[in-house]
Design a protein around this ligand. Structure first.
Ligand code: FER
Length: 350
């Protein structure tokens, strides 16, 4: 029985995750986000129950004499809770990038492996561009982000670049399950299935990044490189950071999945990619300019694990920004928020 429940859960999660966070909705026509005004006192106007059971006349609500403070759009670290809808809608006059497919040779898998890439508008070898690597969720591959039109990643990039809020960059979406033979070894919720995922950071640094630098006109090295990922990709983003802290200028882990360190959740017992006391960066190492960790407050898949990474990073002295996306689940709202904040914060050519 337990096995059946687990399988049902896995299938449901696979459906949710392959598309990397699709919320299952048809692509809506975005409208400007409504601003929710808080009650001026922050307290709800709930009448107090009378001890006698006879309803008491509620005290009239005080009329505010000054303008109430609007919901802050941005926190003390400059993080927007949500990506404004205006960045997710197609605009007249803006050209949006399209995913192209490529392959590289993986020394560790002994075979060609795929990636998708979005090049900047008017890409030219006369310029050099920074590269952002974006890692998909569990059961995904290089087509996961490209195959989900509802995530509106091309729109987000095009609009931010068009508004001058983000420099042009090359987006690379790899396939993270670095197995020698995927017909033999498949993704899943077992310690064994974590091995190919945990091999990916090394493959990224040793095989994929050199391939991208040889294929496109890039700003090479830490100066021009960032990494982000959602869920399983968020976990591997953090694992990459911890192994190669000096190779990335910006890092963003969106709803990072359990298992970076030992733990148990509804899906499996995680042996941990590393132990808690190994989650450290030596003092003499160059670290990223910004590390962002975020998660939806209603994440039904990874729950409080992202927050536990934040607490562990804090305890072990790894500088980072932590924020939560109000009411968001394990979905594109969270992905869009994380990417919006990352893209507004990357400054590669300064
Ligand atoms: C887990 C819970 C969630 C886990 C992975 C995930 C490997 C990943 C979810 C996703 O990528 O969407 O326990 O273990």
């Amino acid at each position: 029985m337990k096995r059946i429940i687990t399988l049902v859960g896995v299938v449901a999660l696979a459906a949710a995750c392959v598309g990397c966070g699709s919320n299952g909705e048809e692509a809506p026509t975005p409208t400007p986000e409504a601003t929710v005004m808080p009650s001026p006192t922050g307290a709800e106007n709930t009448p107090m129950p009378s001890p006698t059971g006879i309803p008491e006349t509620p005290t009239p609500t005080e009329v505010p004499t000054s303008t109430p403070t609007p919901t802050p759009e941005v926190d003390e670290n400059g993080m927007y809770a949500k990506c404004p809808m205006t960045y997710l809608a197609k605009r007249d006059g803006v050209t949006y990038g399209k995913y192209e497919h490529g392959t590289y040779y993986s020394e560790y898998c002994g075979r060609e492996r795929g990636y998708t890439v979005i090049l900047p508008n008017g890409y030219t070898t006369e310029k050099k561009y920074p590269v952002i690597y974006l890692l998909h969720g569990i059961f995904g591959d290089e087509n996961s982000f490209a195959g989900d039109a509802t995530n509106r990643i091309p729109e987000l990039i095009g609009n931010l670049v068009s508004d001058g809020l983000c420099e042009e960059f090359i987006l690379v979406c790899p396939a993270m399950f670095a197995a020698s033979d995927e017909t033999v070894q498949a993704p899943g919720f077992t310690g064994e299935a974590m091995v190919p995922y945990d091999r990916f950071p090394k493959e990224l640094v040793d095989c994929l990044i050199p391939h991208i630098d040889a294929t496109y006109s890039t700003i090479t090295g830490r100066e021009g490189t960032a990494i982000a990922g959602f869920s399983m990709g968020g976990r591997e983003t953090l694992y990459t950071l911890l192994q190669y802290p000096d190779r990335f200028r910006y890092v963003c882990a969106i709803a990072p999945a359990p298992g970076l360190v030992p733990g148990v959740d509804k899906f499996m017992t995680h042996p941990g990619s590393m132990q808690e006391d190994e989650v450290k960066i030596a003092d003499n190492v160059t670290v990223p300019e910004k590390v962002i960790i975020c998660c939806g407050t209603s994440d039904s898949v990874v729950g409080k694990f992202p927050k536990s990474y934040h607490e562990l990073f804090e305890k072990n002295g790894i500088a980072h920004i932590w924020y939560e996306v109000p009411k968001a689940d394990h979905d594109n709202t969270t992905i869009q928020s994380g990417l919006f904040n990352l893209l507004r914060n990357v400054h590669f050519t300064d």
